[in-house]
Design a protein around this ligand. Structure first.
Ligand code: ISL
Length: 534
């Protein structure tokens, strides 16, 4: 594997939701061997690392985000030997493996929690947030769960409540307890010793809660009870900063290990405050993925993230993950991929590590489910106001054979009915497919220092239509012009670059190497145009 210590700046990280990628055991659920079988596909696509959503034993109250054992592989995904094999095969192809650690909470089936609820004097009791009723009776404070209802669950046998931000099957750990901290740092060590290359930390800014458990202040406006509170005391407590320093030291003692965190309920500035040399390499800022199809909004999201991170950390961007509606469903009209290409071009030409989500490269759309088919606890609770997250977790569409080539048996979630026409095999053979578009831009990004390392200067959006920016190193300038509209736009080169001659580096609509010497250029409907200074 390459020794490049900046692989995570130059590289592209691809998230796999293992249940939905490739099934080799006819269980209807994807598995580790399925991922191994598809490594050549991923290497050919050009990605540098895989982030695996949780692969640990789990009762699946929240589909893997409720972990019952941090140092084992869920038997439905395979064995530890399969994991070692995956690591070896991925490394041989220069692909790193990043594990998803869910350390804010465990499953209620984790042996630690089972012990902790046995009695108040059990050695594991204080590993979780057990509290007596409030003096008035009822839960200890007003904290609510984002998945609905009170954040506190009463255990009749123990006569106490435990706290859970997510489902009641996901009790929050007590990170203030030194033995809990040690046990969780040992989880990092276990996987680092097996050779993994990094981690994604689920809702890490929730690890600590205010020790006095004060009531959260109320807010007047908000749809759910959860939104009608300011989450002042259970999220983003200051103890997280020294803990991140400690995690960083541990990771550094194992060489060049990458760690990206998922912040919960945090502004871009606050998210950025967790990133830097002695903290996380990166954290997820949701603003880009939450932007509507408006040049101004994307421009603002990019500027905000650049500003928040300025000088202290390398940016990262994503449009998809396992919690959000797929970007193709958000942006595209029907089965037309024009907007999927424009958004892909943005993701892959910005300054910062692009994160992709399986199936994004073929423009997979969300599936629609009936109420009776919903599996996600969020959808079950909030239907029809919020249909949950199953829609973006459907099986990968490999080909037009039964179940899209994902499994020879009925998959755990239905395959999108468009799989006959939208699948990897078909898009491989079509030069103008979305898959080939992603591949070309990924390879271009790798070849051009300005695209993978260069500075970024946003240019003013013209006619609200063209998202435009410059990527520059001392030796190379690339101008990125993305037409967000289904019509031709005359783009005026702004003053600061008006005297420059440009050559076409990439466009599906014109000859590469074509020279432009005019003051303006016509950009076709939804065209991605990359120009390089001549
Ligand atoms: O998806 C959401 C609600 O519908 C988000 O609020 C999500 O819960 C939040 O981003 C935290 O997500 C992470 O932790 C959850 C898990 O369900 C998500 O899949 C995970 O990404 C609890 O572990």
């Amino acid at each position: 594997m390459s020794k490049n210590s900046l692989w995570w700046q130059n590289g592209i990280i691809y998230q796999i939701y293992p249940r939905s990628f490739m099934d080799t055991t006819t269980s209807g659920i994807g598995d580790l061997n399925g991922i191994i079988n598809k490594l050549d596909y991923l290497a050919d696509l050009g990605i540098d690392a895989i982030w695996l959503s949780p692969i640990f034993p789990s009762p699946d109250v929240d589909f893997g985000y409720d972990v019952a054992d941090y140092v084992a592989i869920d038997p439905r995904f395979g064995t530890m030997a399969d994991f070692d094999h995956l690591l070896k095969e991925a490394h041989q192809r220069n692909i790193r493996i990043i594990l998803d650690l869910v350390l804010n909470h465990t499953s209620d089936q984790h042996p630690w929690f089972k012990e902790s609820r046995k009695s108040r004097d059990n050695p594991y009791h204080d590993w979780y947030l057990w509290k007596d009723s409030s003096p008035k009776g009822g839960p200890p404070n007003n904290w609510v769960s984002i998945f609905g209802g009170s954040g506190w669950e009463f255990d009749a046998q123990l006569g106490q409540y435990y706290y859970h931000m997510f489902c009641k099957g996901q009790p929050d750990l007590n990170w203030h307890h030194p033995e809990v901290r040690e046990a969780l740092l040992n989880v990092f060590k276990f996987w680092l010793e097996r050779g993994v290359d990094g981690f994604r930390l689920d809702v890490f800014n929730m690890y600590f809660k205010h020790s006095e458990l004060p009531d959260n202040p109320k807010k007047l406006i908000g749809l759910r009870p959860f939104d009608r509170q300011a989450h002042k005391y259970e999220v983003s407590q200051p103890e997280m900063y020294p803990l991140l320093n400690k995690i960083r030291q541990l990771l550094d003692s194992y060489g060049n290990t990458y760690v990206v965190g998922e912040t919960f309920l945090a502004s871009p500035e606050h998210t950025a405050s967790y990133c830097g040399q002695d903290k996380l390499n990166a954290a997820f800022n949701f603003e880009l993925a939450e932007s509507p199809w408006k040049v101004k909004r994307f421009t603002r999201a990019i500027k905000n993230w650049e500003k928040a991170l300025e000088g202290h950390a390398w940016p990262n961007y994503f449009l998809n993950n396992h919690d959000v509606t797929r970007s193709s469903s958000r942006y595209c009209r029907g089965e037309d991929d024009a907007r999927a290409k424009v958004s892909a071009a943005m993701l892959l030409t910005l300054r910062g590590t692009p994160f992709m989500y399986y199936g994004e490269e073929i423009g997979m759309r969300n599936i629609s489910l009936k109420h009776s088919q919903i599996l996600d606890p969020v959808g079950k609770r909030y239907w029809p106001f919020n249909k949950g997250r199953d829609g973006c977790r459907a099986p990968m569409q490999w080909d037009d054979s039964v179940n899209a080539g994902f499994s020879s048996t009925a998959p755990w979630l239905p395959v999108h009915p468009d799989y006959i026409s939208r699948n990897v095999s078909k898009q491989k053979s079509e030069p103008s497919s979305l898959l080939n578009f992603y591949k070309q831009l990924i390879h271009l990004r790798k070849e051009h220092p300005a695209l993978n390392q260069g500075n970024l200067s946003m240019l003013d959006p013209q006619n609200k239509s063209i998202l435009s920016y410059l990527r520059q190193t001392p030796g190379e300038s690339i101008l990125v012009l993305l037409n967000f509209k289904p019509k031709q736009i005359a783009y005026q080169f702004p003053k600061q670059i008006a005297n420059q001659n440009w050559r076409v580096l990439f466009s599906e609509k014109r000859q590469t190497k074509e020279l432009c010497q005019e003051q303006s250029i016509l950009i076709s409907s939804y065209e991605t145009l990359l120009l390089v200074a001549d």
